[in-house]
Design a protein around this ligand. Structure first.
Ligand code: PLP
Length: 495
């Protein structure tokens, strides 16, 4: 079956998978969704014992039907290789009454690596297929995690360049060190004055400047984004839910065919939406538990059917979930409205204008397998300590939000279905908050000293990603005013 994609807001024609990946966002501002949802091929049993790469091939081929087998295997093998520190790529670890799916074993020790290590290859392959010969220039503003994962994914990928702008005084010391030590002739990391919003606004201005796009097109460059609404980031995330299910069957935790639950620490709603797609293609799944931190817009949404971003933004110890507009939710809203693009466009307009929209009772019923939950800062810290005391396993702050929400859910409902918790970051990425949760004094102590202490406590070797940056030379030193981004990009591309 040939797959096509269309915008959640109805504008434009249906496009192929490679065209959707190249475009990122549809021209009407909507998100691309598959027109029909395919089914997994073969029986569930067939997936038991497959390598991650083979699982990825079998799942991606049913969505990305205009890629050849050779192209897909090339993308998969270029992404999921020794950049990951385990051959399993995404191991499922049983601890106490839960299963932690470790999605942080890649280059930047956060789950964004799962998608951002393959996106550059999907993109460059898409460019070739569509006879687009320009060099692809990725422009990204980052508050920390996405920037590094995008840099690691695009570094030295032929036919691409990447610019990452980060607020010079708005990221953690480790995050900055990770970025400014990035190797790769095609990478460019730039500090900007002001905060993340200033950097983000600056990048948006670059994207919406037709003169810059024209001038650079004449030089053979085409701008693109690595942002989480690209369907090329969503689909690779479906793979690891199939893989987790196969691991549960293989270990005997489930009989093949019995359902699992998943619990996902959620920000932009990409990761948990991928789990929902996994259920649609045939993975038996009962509940999708959507875990939020104190920015609990999604919890309120699943409770009331009203999405309302009008509230204070809370800075938490799980910063990658500090989000008030969960962009990927638009896809679920569209599907729940019976693929009514006009109604979706209207709701998104309301969101832009008033900060809120509501869904109908029917749409709410469509989403009834989602359960919202949240954990506040104290509960998150308690969970890190509780899991450690029980099992000796150290989890990061984001994973802890999900773990706590799962345990609360289980207590409340008595649901004993085996549950996969998406473990989205290594505790080493958030050493300070993790050690504080474990009752250690971190005041005035250097980040690398904390990393060493965490190694002693967890018994897990310091990941290469952290070890490498300790002594790595600083390769990117430019700091600019966001107002000068246009001139900066022109010079760097054409010099
Ligand atoms: C991005 C991120 C999340 C949130 O994932 P979404 O797909 O945006 O919901 C959770 N945890 C970590 C560590 C992340 O980097």
């Amino acid at each position: 079956m040939e797959m096509y994609y269309r915008s959640t807001r109805g504008g434009g024609d249906q496009v192929t998978a490679s065209q959707a990946i190249l475009k990122g966002l549809a021209e009407d501002g909507g998100l691309y969704v598959p027109v029909e949802i395919p089914k997994m091929e073969g029986k569930l049993e067939d997936y038991i014992g497959l390598s991650y790469q083979e699982t990825a091939y079998r799942i991606l081929k049913i969505f990305l039907t205009d890629y050849t087998e050779e192209e897909l295997r090339h993308c998969i093998n270029s992404a999921y290789d020794e950049k990951f520190d385990t051959e399993k790529i995404a191991p499922l670890v049983a601890k106490d009454d839960a299963y932690y799916l470790e999605l942080f074993r890649g280059k930047t020790i956060a789950f964004k690596d799962m998608a951002l290590s393959i996106l550059p290859h999907l993109l460059t392959t898409a460019a070739k297929k569509n006879e687009m010969n320009d060099e692809i220039v990725i422009l990204t503003a980052t508050s920390g995690d996405t920037g590094k994962a995008a840099l690691a994914g695009f570094a030295d990928v032929p036919g691409t360049r990447i610019f990452v702008f980060y607020p010079k005084h708005g990221v953690s010391a480790i995050q900055e060190k990770q970025m400014v030590t990035q190797v790769g002739d095609n990478t460019c990391v730039v500090g900007t004055s002001g905060n993340f919003d200033d950097a983000q606004t600056g990048v948006k201005r670059l994207f919406s400047d037709p003169k810059l796009a024209d001038d650079m097109a004449r030089e053979g460059f085409r701008f693109s984004s690595a942002n989480s609404i690209n369907i090329g980031r969503l689909l690779p995330q479906v793979v690891y839910y199939v893989y987790a299910y196969a691991q549960l069957c293989e270990s005997g935790a489930l009989q093949c065919g019995e359902p699992m639950n998943v619990c996902v620490p959620t920000g932009n709603f990409g990761n948990i939406l991928a789990a929902w797609y996994a259920a649609q293609i045939g993975v038996p799944m009962t509940k999708l538990i959507c875990a939020s931190n104190e920015n609990k817009v999604l919890y309120d949404f699943f409770e009331t059917g009203v999405y309302d971003r009008n509230r204070d933004f809370v800075l938490t110890t799980s910063p990658s979930m500090d989000i008030l507009i969960s962009s990927n939710l638009e896809r679920l809203v569209y599907l729940s409205a019976g693929c009514d693009a006009q109604a979706t466009a209207q709701r998104m307009k309301e969101l832009a204008e008033t900060g809120k929209y509501s869904i109908t009772a029917e749409m709410k019923a469509f989403m009834s397998n989602f359960v919202g939950g949240f954990a506040n800062e104290a509960q998150t810290a308690e969970e890190i300590a509780a899991v450690y005391e029980k099992t000796g396993y150290v989890i990061d702050t984001h994973t802890a939000v999900a773990s706590r929400v799962y345990h609360d859910y289980k207590k409340r409902t008595g649901d004993a279905t085996p549950t996969v918790i998406a473990s989205t970051a290594s505790p080493y990425k958030f050493s300070r908050a993790v050690l504080e949760a474990l009752g250690k004094d971190t005041k005035g102590r250097d980040d690398f000293e904390l990393v060493d202490e965490l190694e002693n406590i967890s018994g897990v070797k310091i990941p290469r990603a952290v070890e490498e940056i300790r002594s790595a030379p600083i390769l990117h030193k430019d700091v600019i005013d966001p107002a000068d981004m246009d001139a900066y990009v022109r010079v760097r591309l054409t010099q």
